[in-house]
Write a protein that binds this ligand. Structure first.
Ligand SMILES: *Cc1c(COP(=O)(O)O)cnc(C)c1O
Length: 367
């Protein structure tokens, strides 16, 4: 049997054997040993963003989007909430779509898919419209790999006395987010991204005062973060069935993350992967889509190869690279043909070099 292919995707991603093995035990959701794991995860997630003095971690069942919807629905008041969403990719657009479905007032600032959000534009929008209560920012826009300038935007939002909700799904744990210096009400992420756990749960690190004020806001029973929090504080348990194996695996993944050196070490590894990837692909004639200044070290969008026999077809390219042991990710741009390669996860013994060699082999075969 050949080894499983390495996932070069932004989640699910290839996780360590130790993390996989931590899922071999069955846990009872009432069991105090299991509930200690939940408590430990919550504390350590708050610590990653230095929020112990101010914030609480509320985990939520489901993929990352469930936590985004939970955070928006719980924290943005139904009556007077009005959210500013700067949009430069698909995940920003998803936030807008959620807000519209929830019936919350929303204003967007629209950017091209290769431009970062500008703090000055946020400044102007907030100065102009006093009814805006929240800004919802995607930190790393995973659909292209753009890094939006979080520290500057957090400062602008705080200066105007508004509240910041950050979708940091693909940056939490790898890129710096610091509650002490970048004021935010909520930062949202999930188990299966930079923390390198399996997918299946998300979490929101929320300012305690914002959580306390959010009672009754939520449109949904299952996605009510305030209710989940109150219940968890009272009982140490999750409301409704927890994804027990995923929780245990995330705990193990966090053990390994901390032993490896935590946020700085993870960020350095991804940065090294990203540089090596762009250099290696560039040597093969494959250009990255974004200017280097706004490229996050998380996922890279490449222009599709042009030299392929009979024209480029992502499916064929994908299958050829997969046969050589690596799983690529499709592009998400509407205007140009692209594909994406993630810089995260356990890359296997050959690292990024192995992935670049696989792509080189496919191109040499003229596929
Ligand atoms: C992965 C991701 C999400 C959540 O996606 P799910 O498929 O629901 O897990 C949200 N925002 C960003 C920026 C992401 O990278």
């Amino acid at each position: 049997m050949s080894a499983d292919p390495v996932l070069l995707t932004p989640g699910p991603l290839t996780i360590s054997m130790r993390t996989k093995e931590s899922m071999l035990r069955d846990w009872g959701s009432w069991d105090s040993d299991f509930n200690q794991i939940t408590a430990r995860i919550r504390e350590r997630l708050v610590d990653i963003v230095h929020g112990r003095a101010t914030h609480e971690c509320v985990p939520m069942q489901g993929s990352g989007t469930f936590s985004v919807e939970a955070a928006l629905g719980t924290l943005v008041p139904r009556q007077h909430g009005h959210v500013l969403v700067p949009q430069n990719g698909a995940y920003c657009q998803r936030i807008t779509r959620i807000l519209k479905i929830l019936g919350r007032a929303v204003t967007t600032i629209d950017y091209a898919e290769d431009a970062a959000v500008s703090p000055l534009d946020i400044e102007r929008a907030l100065a102009k419209d006093a009814s805006i209560t929240h800004v919802a920012l995607v930190h790393c826009e995973t659909s292209t790999g753009i890094l939006n300038p979080l520290p500057e935007i957090a400062a602008v939002v705080a200066r105007h006395g508004r509240r910041l909700i950050i979708d940091a799904m693909s940056s939490f744990g790898a890129l710096e987010i610091d509650a002490r210096t970048m004021p935010f009400d909520a930062v949202i992420a999930a188990s299966g991204k930079c923390l390198e756990g399996p997918p299946g749960m998300g979490f929101v690190v929320v300012r305690k005062s914002a959580l306390e004020a959010a009672e009754g806001n939520c449109h949904s029973l299952a996605l009510d973060l305030h209710d989940q929090w109150v219940y968890m504080q009272k009982t140490t348990q999750w409301r409704y069935t927890p994804p027990t194996h995923v929780v245990a695996a995330l705990d193990s993944a966090i053990d390994q993350y901390l032993a490896d050196g935590g946020r700085e070490a993870r960020g350095a590894t991804y940065t090294r992967n990203c540089r090596e990837l762009i250099a290696g692909m560039s040597a093969l004639g494959l250009r990255s889509f974004l200017p280097a200044e706004i490229q996050a070290p998380i996922i890279v969008t490449f222009h599709a190869p042009t030299e392929t026999k009979g024209g480029y077809d992502f499916k064929r390219f994908y299958n050829a690279v997969k046969a050589r042991g690596y799983i690529l990710y499709p592009g998400k741009l509407t205007t140009v043909e692209t594909f994406r390669v993630g810089c995260m996860g356990q890359m296997g013994p050959r690292g990024i070099g192995g992935a670049v060699a696989a792509v080189a082999d496919v191109l040499a075969a003229g596929l």
